[in-house]
Design a protein around this ligand. Structure first.
Ligand code: TYD
Length: 212
């Protein structure tokens, strides 16, 4: 059985990851692959329960360390129960966010630092990496415009953080992609859905040699 490929979509809020994950999964299915589409935090019942704790925290919310541990715990369950078994069964996994979100949000924009986030990932998920990370890069002006429409009735505990926090997240994603050109493809997301989708398919065909 040929192992499936693991693709993660990354980017800040309002970059269109969820829409693009859905469209990518459809295209891969049309090309004859079996595909599992999933997301983080979440993807398994346990990880979805942790998602609720993270995005709608009880009481006074989580400190930076507890927050990072909860993301890592959710990821550990997701990797062990869904991602690895799916890849082993030959399925492709398309994941809306993965460990690079923890690196960007908790590590770089938050207070923890990259080394600690990577250490948690080593403990929780044996440090597994996607075969390819697609970073959807969208300009700050365009993001502000999209979020004013999408989050008009309130964003979650992390989405609602300061503009400064989110610009550190965006800078961190760009830096990670620059430092790991083999692991990332940066796709310009300042365009309509179909155009961005076509760019993602090109990137995947280019990397894996599959015609999509
Ligand atoms: P998501 O549902 O993907 O939000 P959005 O659609 O706004 O991109 O993710 C929920 C939030 O969790 C989002 O603000 C990013 C944050 N997050 C982290 O801070 N660390 C992580 O490791 C992950 C996976 C998400």
């Amino acid at each position: 059985m040929k192992r499936g490929k693991f693709i993660a979509l990354e980017g800040g809020e309002g970059t269109g990851k969820s829409t693009q994950a859905r469209k990518l999964a459809e295209a891969l299915e049309n090309a004859g692959h079996e595909v599992v589409t999933t997301r983080e935090p979440g993807g398994t019942p346990g990880a979805e329960a942790i998602r609720s704790l993270l995005l709608d925290p009880p009481g006074e919310g989580w400190g930076p360390k507890a927050e990072a541990l909860l993301f890592a715990a959710a990821r550990s369950d997701h990797v062990e129960r869904l991602i690895l078994p799916s890849l082993d069964a030959g399925r492709w996994v398309v994941c809306d966010r993965f460990v690079d979100s923890s690196r960007a949000y908790q590590g770089f924009a938050g207070q923890l630092g990259d080394d600690k986030v990577r250490a948690l990932h080593a403990v929780g998920s044996d440090g597994i990496r996607p075969d390819l990370v697609i970073l959807i890069d969208v300009s700050p002006d365009e993001i502000a415009r999209r979020l004013s429409v999408r989050d008009a009735d309130g964003s979650d505990a992390i989405g609602g953080r300061s503009a400064d926090y989110h610009s550190r997240v965006a800078a961190a994603f760009r830096q990670m992609a620059e430092e790991d050109a083999a692991g990332f493809v940066v796709v310009d997301g300042n365009a309509g859905e179909e155009t961005v989708h076509a760019r993602i398919l090109d990137a995947i065909s280019g990397r894996f040699g599959d015609k999509l």
